[in-house]
Design a protein around this ligand. Structure first.
Ligand code: FES
Ligand SMILES: [Fe+2]
Length: 348
């Protein structure tokens, strides 16, 4: 069934782009149903606390003030340190022991702020998926942030089944729908990860690719997707037909490394952190702007479909759906999420 509400908490999720967490400005997020306030402590390191003052429940993100390592409640001024301990109560000398709110492990890495909303004793930063393209000078990247009114698993499904490109994205990254549907596809699951490889030989380059490179004619395209809960990486590209795309000589043409942080917020909403890195024609602001606009247009096409789909599914939440051959990747991902949620497998 497409409609379900599984938000495993023992996962590292992207909570924000580093650039979104500005010193002195608390940021509210709701992850796996848990309301969080993020802020930068005095040394710039990120902190994550529950977004609920212990006094009367005021959200700290709603006007709270950051003062060094502390955050001050905007209602009656209680102050909490970055570990959630209340260190000051205006109007009284004594702060009772154990007056605290929950704190969450938070790590800044690869230009992202990662949060572990689950059992804090299990949070191991070694388990954070790596995305070195954000710091590799051979690649240049642009990012987008969206909130989408759909369950996060629907966005996972969307990214693991790219046959929608020819229909949803015909004006952007699409290309010929039949070529996508007929792509040679291989799906493998290893532990908590799923890999989907799709090759589309001898196909028409989509407008998005033509914007970046002058192809001789048709191209050999590839789309290689790696999924772990919370993050998908899509390595895509195209080269002139027969010039090595499928035998390990991927130089020239167009190559993109897409990163898609998919963070569950509530049963019917999620955060979408997208970045697109490229290793061709670096430092060309006009091209950069064009690719960014094209990526945004593409993602808004997905958003529109996902929100329409969510609304329709909610009309009859108990009703089932059918699966197709091309859903293989998404179905693997759903099984992994199910087991993580049930606690029968551990985060890797
Ligand atoms: S609600 Fe926060 S200090 Fe009163
Ligand atoms: Fe899409």
């Amino acid at each position: 069934m497409l409609l379900r509400n599984l938000m495993p908490r023992n996962v590292w999720y992207v909570a924000a782009w580093s650039s979104q967490l500005v010193a002195g400005e608390p940021l509210g997020r709701r992850i796996c149903g848990q309301s969080l306030v993020l802020y930068r402590a005095g040394d710039g390191s990120p902190a994550a606390l529950e977004d609920r003052c212990i006094h009367r429940g005021m959200p700290l993100s709603n006007g709270g003030e950051v003062d060094g390592d502390l955050i001050r409640c905007p209602y009656h001024g209680l102050e909490f340190d970055a570990s959630g301990v209340c260190v000051r109560m205006p109007g009284q000398q004594h702060v009772p022991d154990a007056t605290r709110i929950r704190s969450f492990r938070v790590v800044e890495r690869d230009a992202m702020i990662w949060v572990w909303p689950g059992d804090q004793t299990l949070a191991d930063p070694e388990g954070i998926p790596k995305h070195p393209h954000h710091t590799d000078p051979d690649w240049q990247w642009t990012s987008i942030f969206l909130e989408i009114a759909c369950n996060w698993e629907m966005l996972n499904d969307n990214l693991l089944d790219l046959t929608h490109l020819g229909y949803v994205h015909k004006r952007t990254i699409g290309g010929d729908p039949n070529a996508h549907a007929g792509a040679e596809m291989k799906t493998t699951q290893t532990g908590n990860s799923v890999h989907v490889r799709r090759w589309i030989p001898n196909s028409e380059p989509p407008p998005h690719y033509k914007a970046g490179h002058a192809f001789a004619g048709k191209i050999d395209r590839w789309q290689e997707i790696d999924f772990v809960p919370g993050l998908l990486r899509l390595y895509t590209g195209g080269m002139d037909v027969g010039t090595g795309a499928y035998d390990g000589r991927r130089t020239g043409g167009v190559q993109f490394m897409g990163m898609h942080g998919v963070t569950p917020s509530t049963a019917t909403s999620c955060y979408y952190f997208f970045s697109q890195a490229r290793n061709f024609r670096l430092h060309e602001p006009d091209l950069e702007a064009k690719l960014h606009d094209n990526a945004l247009a593409t993602l808004l096409e997905d958003k529109s479909v996902l929100e329409a789909q969510q609304a329709r599914l909610l009309e009859e939440p108990g009703r089932g759906n059918i699966d197709m051959r091309t859903d293989a990747g998404g179905l693997h991902a759903r099984r992994i999420i199910e087991r993580l949620y049930q606690g029968t497998i551990f985060p890797s």
